[in-house]
Design a protein. Sequence first.
Length: 156
Amino acid sequence: MKLNIQYLENYDLSWGELGYKHLGDAGFDLRAAITEPIVLKPGQFMPIPTGVKFELDLSSAPIGFNFEIQIRARSGLAAKFGVTMMNGVGTVDLGYRGEVRAILVNHGKNDFVIQPGDRIAQAVVAPVMMVDFETVLNVSDDTTRSNGGFGSTGTK
C-alpha cells in the first residue's frame, strides 16, 4: 500500500520529507507548518496545520478492508509538557483531501511554545472494519457486563 503526500506551501521541505524514522515504527511524525511560533497556554487548544495532504493508494491493499490515517499525540510532548491531542486520536478518512491539522491541547501548567517545523503529532495508517447497519427493536443485554459502565468494574 502506498501513501501519496502533497506538501503544501506552508511546509518547508528543509524539514525533510515524511517517513518512518526507524525500521518497525508504527507511526511517522507530523510537523507544525507555521511561519511564526505559537504559544499554547495552559488549558488552551488549537488546530495546528501540518502542511500536508494525504491520499492512500489502495491498489495493493488487502481486499475487504477500509483504512484510516490516525493522528495521534507524541508521547514525549505528553510526558514532558502535558501537550496532547484534544480529541485523543484524530481520524483522516479515505475521502478527505484537505490539509491535515493536529488539534493540540496544553494540559500542562506552563505555556508551551510551538516553533515552525516542530514535530507535534504522529500519523498511523490503520485498517478499519466496515459493518452492515441493521435497526432492531432491542439490543441484547444478556452479557456479564450488561449496561454497567463508567467504573462499574471497580478500581482494584
